[in-house]
Design a protein around this ligand. Structure first.
Ligand code: PEP
Length: 248
């Protein structure tokens, strides 16, 4: 039985004051949450969140990493640095990084490997654009995104990877994939992994992301192959985020 995981992606939204309010708000409602909860903060706030969530069941994540360990990479942040602030997770291959910062499938795969090599759990994002969906390319796009990672790190590594299916057309748009649409792609992803190793496929969490909110989370997470959510906008509102966390 796979556990439900709910991860918040705050993106580039934070201030010292808002982080305090948000985390304290989430902490105050965690009493009846059984899902695994992760909050992915912008780099400058990792330390603040680390201190706030000490002794709680909330886990900390970052939103990106550089694949090198240290050195002359001005402005970049390594897996080791992320770990230094108590983070256990890192988002890799978010569609915003793929589209705005030119991250290719191979770059994403290398970042997944850098995370794994440093005992960070990658929240590895895949998903198609609207054009690709309309052209009937959803499966081939997701297949290539996943296979590039499998080829680099091997299927066994997926025991330590969380996959997030995030249709690009649903991210931040208010347009959510229907449970049928999402489940179909989740089942495809699980089968893709099962073709390499069924045992690993059955254990790999596959989250849905894309305008998931307190209203639609229930029916999405109820789908057989949807193991939780990666939440953007709704993760900035403690009560909405908590409602999603309580689904699991
Ligand atoms: C995301 O950024 O990963 C995301 C799912 O955003 P939103 O929930 O706002 O669509």
């Amino acid at each position: 039985m796979r556990k439900t995981i709910v991860a918040g992606n705050w993106k580039m939204n934070a201030s010292k004051e808002s982080v305090n309010k948000l985390v304290l708000g989430i902490l105050s409602g965690m009493g009846n949450v059984s899902s695994e909860v992760v909050v992915c903060a912008p780099f400058p706030y990792l330390s603040q969140v680390e201190a706030l969530i000490t002794h709680s069941q909330i886990k900390l994540g970052a939103q990106n990493l550089n694949l090198n360990m240290s050195g002359a990479f001005t402005g970049e942040v390594s897996a080791k640095m992320i770990k230094d602030f108590g983070a256990q997770h890192v988002i890799v291959g978010h569609s915003e990084r793929r589209s705005l910062y030119g991250e290719t499938n191979i770059m994403v795969a290398e970042k997944v490997k850098a995370a794994l090599d440093n005992d960070l759990i990658p929240l590895f994002c895949v998903g198609e654009t609207l054009e690709q969906r309309e052209a009937g390319e959803t499966e081939s796009v997701v297949d290539a995104q996943i296979n590039t990672v499998v080829e680099l790190v091997g299927i066994e590594a997926f025991l330590n990877i969380i996959v997030a299916y995030e249709p690009v057309w649903a991210i931040g748009t208010g347009v959510t994939a229907s449970p049928e649409q999402a489940q179909a792609v989740h089942a495809f992803i699980r089968q893709l992994l099962a073709n390499k190793d069924n045992g690993v496929a059955q254990q790999t969490p596959i989250l849905y992301g894309g305008s998931m909110n307190a209203t639609n989370a229930n029916e999405l997470i109820a789908c057989a192959d949807i193991d939780g959510g990666l939440i953007g906008g709704a993760s900035l509102k403690p009560e909405d985020f908590l409602q999603i966390c309580r689904v699991g």
